[in-house]
Design a protein around this ligand. Structure first.
Ligand code: NAP
Length: 303
């Protein structure tokens, strides 16, 4: 499982980071985190922990994994991410997104590792009317958002060194996401609709992974918003993706109410990643560029 650079590789002109253990390594973000860190010579052995062997609701499996991986950094990408399903499965959502994350952080502290927790834009109510910064007051509207916020609190309470990285509207290869769904619908029906009054920060899982690498290498600690630059609506995302994929389909504007769902979601949860840039010098590219690249690659046209 070693990445070929050994456990104490050194980045050119930089410091060795050591081994990294990734929890939830087979999800959308987890796969890209593993891939990005394995490609980066600053990191040692990047160990993948996924279900069923490493289950956050079974602390003994997390303990065994970390004992074997000997990580300097643990990155938790595991979560219950089906926002609507969380409404009906409250105990399960909290058991993983809150208690599971908190317990994993306590185990990481015992191993002397920095713990990185992925969190969500859904900790906000979306009524600010401007991009959210890290100091903004949280006010989740859904079970998912509440469970992620409680996860943040428990990770902080674990008493070790931590980074909480709030991200949003992820897309990338390997798991169905909003961009994939728009592209499939455009191809199959020749028409897609996207809400113009649902805004956020569409984020490439690959760009998230590169930004996490930058945070780790900068020895950053604390709360960060990690998203592609610029906000956009669901309609904007659909249109950008369909155009970049070269699909001759109509993209029609719609309203949030046209897509009824079980969970209440924030109307505008756009995040600002300015603190990330300030503290690490790392900038995350505009989301339009990332969506266009992903959609063009998915269509086989390349960019
Ligand atoms: N996706 C988004 O748009 C979005 C937006 C904001 C924040 N986030 C946050 O970003 C992080 C990564 O999300 P993602 O999109 O990569 O999620 P994802 O694709 O749903 O992956 C989550 C992973 O967690 C694993 N998992 C589920 N239950 C587990 C358990 N009990 N123990 C261990 N692993 C378990 C899943 O395993 P299986 O493969 O077995 O199901 C899956 O591999 C999460 O913290 C999420 O809250 C995501």
């Amino acid at each position: 499982m070693r990445n070929g650079c050994g456990g104490n590789a050194r980045a050119p002109g930089g410091e060795a980071v050591g081994n990294v253990a990734v929890l939830g390594a087979r999800g959308l973000a987890g796969r890209e985190v593993v891939r990005a860190l394995r490609e980066d010579p600053a990191f040692g052995w990047v160990a993948e922990g996924g279900r069923p062997e490493v289950d956050l609701t079974r602390p003994d499996t997390v303990e065994a994994f970390l004992r074997q991986a000997e990580p300097a950094v643990v990155i938790n990408c595991a979560a219950m991410t089906d926002v609507d399903a969380c409404e009906g499965r409250v105990a399960e959502a909290f058991a993983l997104n809150a208690e599971g994350a908190g317990r994993a952080a306590v185990i990481a502290v015992r191993h002397g590792a920095v713990f990185i927790q992925l969190s969500s834009d859904y900790v906000f109510d979306g009524r600010k009317g401007a991009p959210y910064v890290e100091e903004d007051e949280t006010m989740p509207l859904s079970v998912y958002g509440r469970s992620k916020l409680e996860g943040e609190r428990l990770v902080e309470a674990a008493g070790g060194r931590w980074i909480i990285a709030r991200t949003a509207w992820l897309f990338g290869p390997g798991r169905q996401n909003y961009v994939d769904r728009m592209l499939s619908a455009a191809r199959e029906t020749g028409e897609v609709r996207g809400a113009t009054d649902q805004r956020g920060s569409p984020t490439s899982a690959r760009d998230l992974a590169l930004a996490l690498a930058a945070l780790i290498k900068a020895r950053a600690m604390g709360l960060y918003h990690v998203v592609n630059a610029g906000g956009g609506s669901r309609y904007d995302v659909a249109r950008t993706a369909v155009e970049a994929a070269g699909i001759a389909a109509r993209v029609l504007p719609a309203r949030r109410v046209d897509f009824p769902r079980r969970a209440t979601t924030p109307e505008d949860s756009t995040l600002s990643a300015e603190k990330l840039r300030r503290d690490t010098g790392h900038t995350v590219r505009p989301w339009r560029e990332a969506v266009a690249e992903y959609a063009a690659a998915a269509a086989g046209t390349g960019t």
